[in-house]
Design a protein around this ligand. Sequence first.
Ligand code: AMP
Ligand code: GLY
Length: 431
Amino acid sequence: MKLLVIGSGGREHALAWKLAQSPLVQKVFVAPGNAGTYREPKVENVALDPLHFAALADFAKTQKIDFTVVGPEAPLVAGLVDYFHEKGLACFGPSKAGAQLEGSKVFAKAFMQQHHIPTANAQVFTEIAPALDYLQHCSFPIVVKADGLAAGKGVVIARDLPSAQTAVEEMLQHKRFGIAGQQIIIEDFLEGEEVSFIVMCDGKNIIPLATSQDHKTRDDGDMGPNTGGMGAYSPAPIVTPSLQDEILHEVIIPTIEGMAKEGHPYKGFLYAGLMITPQQKIKVLEYNCRFGDPETQPILMRLTSDFAQMCLAAINGQLDTYKAQWDSRTALGVVLAAHGYPDNYHKNELIPTLNDIPPSDQYKIFHAGTKVEEGRIFTDGGRILCVTALGDNLQDAHQKAYRLVKKVAWDGVFYRNDIGHRAMDRSSGNR
Ligand code: AMP
Ligand code: GLY
């Protein structure tokens, strides 16, 4: 088979790498890919924009691509899967209607309320005066969210009334996020521990993927600004088998059934961002209509099943015939970012030691914002690499990953030193 992966991040490197391992797969194209996919055996980059649907579909047609897997949310929300289907091309991901679960927080909130899926209480506003008025009666912190996609910057946790007012004004008055902020949600702040719960779905049947936990804030100790994710590990011991069962029954199954009932059967990866409250209650913070980044990297490190076959089963509505197998070890990935990320950062820095690291089945360096020039690898984005290692337990995976991080680190690098700390604190009884 010949496959196409859309996107250029660490997630897409991991997707392409895992798909290419299948004996059924002859070639995986990545549009546009990065320096990591450029170097991957059986993988080839194609310089196409993920939002240029016509060019992507032409490519898939001329290359006789058997199926396409879409990594990032933007093309999904813009309807890439619908476009491919209209052209008779197989494509794994939700339709535009399904992707609204991520593309519109107002849609997602109304959907959850309609289908009794646990989430924070919230109000929707399109006008500034009623929003400011509502804030007068809120207790703080409170969460202000832009409705649409805002590159991870559309959520403000306001500690007090003035910062909540500023957030509302920025979105509704100054149009900071354009149409993405034409509607906003003001929602109760939830305490607890966040968990990423990701499943594969064929419209009806669900395969829960291995559990994982991301680290959303930039700095050690869960401090600093929110980012796309600074590291992740799998499995996440907080998700016990009984909690997993509750998540499936309270969140995932009602979501898939609800989407089908509303006439939008959901095919693709579904990512529920959950808060597990101190009372062990589950609340949905957000849906993503795609695999997580960086969760994909440790999760796929642990997948021992044929991923291409799994995607094919999902496309054909036959996930009920498939059982995913997982390596029992722990995988832990540390994101190496550019100094200054997520704000202003430098690009074009040489990563001098990358070429000296031999391949191994114990670890994998997934690329995100990288490019190759004359055989040397340079930084080309905010999140640059995800150094991922397998270990016998979390401590072992942590040690192995950080040993490699130190070998790869360049002058302008930034990374967290405490990826996995919550699970390690838990196992050492510190909580
Ligand atoms: P979202 O894009 O809705 O997931 O929000 C991004 C991040 O903001 C989440 O990963 C949480 O860390 C935080 N967040 C969102 N909603 C809430 C909430 N209601 N209470 C506490 N934190 C939240
Ligand atoms: N790691 C968070 C996300 O993929 O949205």
